[in-house]
Design a protein around this ligand. Sequence first.
Ligand code: CAA
Length: 382
Amino acid sequence: MNFELNEEQLMIQQTAREFAETEIAPSTIERDIKAEFPTEIVKKLGELGFMGMMVSPEYGGAGLDTVSYVLALIEISKVDASVGVIMSVNNSLVNFGLEKWGSEYIKKTYLTPLAQGEKLGAFALSEPEAGSDATQQRTMAEKDGKYWVLNGIKNWITNGTSADYYIVMAQTDKEKRHKGITAFLVEKGTPGFEHGVKEDKLGIRSSDTCSLTFTNCRVPEENVIWDVGKGFYFAMNTLNGGRYGIASQAVGIATAAYEKALKYSLERKAFGTEIFNHQAIQFKLSEMATNVEAARLLTLQAAALKDAGKDYIKQASMAKLFASETAVKCALEAIQIHGGYGYVREYLVERYLRDAKITEIYEGTSEIQKIIIAREIMKEIQ
Ligand code: CAA
């Protein structure tokens, strides 16, 4: 077992760290207040190759391993979890699935500009009445000649207003339940396709989330991803990959909360000494440090398994479950250690709490992760 990062991984980590500190950090507070999408930052991430990190160079990607991707995403999310989720959705939920299951036409036409950062992607599975229970898709797609006609509504779509290309799951054969769901690539601007207004969110406010409406929206048949009836499997397998992305985002938030709390505890004095010297604070910091390390290792383990071509479903869900809960706990403790200062925006830790909460909800709630983990355990013991 080797815990050392190789030279390339260290270089990617350093590049991401420097980019986050110089290009992202200066605008985080303002973008959070204004709920402003980081257009310029996303463009620069594309130029760095960070919007198509694991895609092969043949399709415009950087051809890096999953461990490098996780390391970069942790560094970006440590500074701004909103930028982290934009990057995660494009890399894990959009590019990954298109490269693995898209036709050559889809890879050339859509994946390449997405991987190069020229276009942005979104993944539309959730609906007003199909969140955790994702098989209950109400969005319908009916065949009409060489087109599929989509009707329905999608909810909570990350990159919803800013994306150019959307992966949309729809029911093409209701009788077949999840075996009758198909994934489509829909371009922004297609007649009958509209996005709603941006949700006014508690956290990750600089990323945009909205609903999508399809009204007799005609999508060419060559934009079917994988195959008709494979959409649910496509979504599930893609989400397995997305989950170490969200775990990385959570590790980034948790790390930032821990580091801010540690720094503050070494500066702030109470009862005649730096508060770090009080055992009550040491206990909190020790727990935070331990949980951050465990979350980081679980996340890297899921990534390393994927890189080794091994099964990583259980580990990705474990990483997401543990890292997201760690992020929330660490953010809460960081606020407690900061006292009143922790409650104001300028000290950043209050934003970590607001940003952390969603990591326990999207790409499968903590409860869904427990179901997936239990099912994987069952497979192992049967
Ligand atoms: N990986 C691969 N295949 C899977 C899978 C997984 N993790 N989970 C289920 N499947 C397969 C099953 O093997 C089964 O295959 P068969 O048809 O061959 O039997 C099929 O899918 C149906 O599965 P189940 O019978 O287990 O279906 P279920 O309804 O009991 O449960 C679920 C499925 C795991 C709970 C699923 O609905 C789920 O993952 N829900 C959560 C959805 C989710 O994560 N949404 C996030 C939205 S995207 C988002 O948040 C993105 C963003 O913008 C940030």
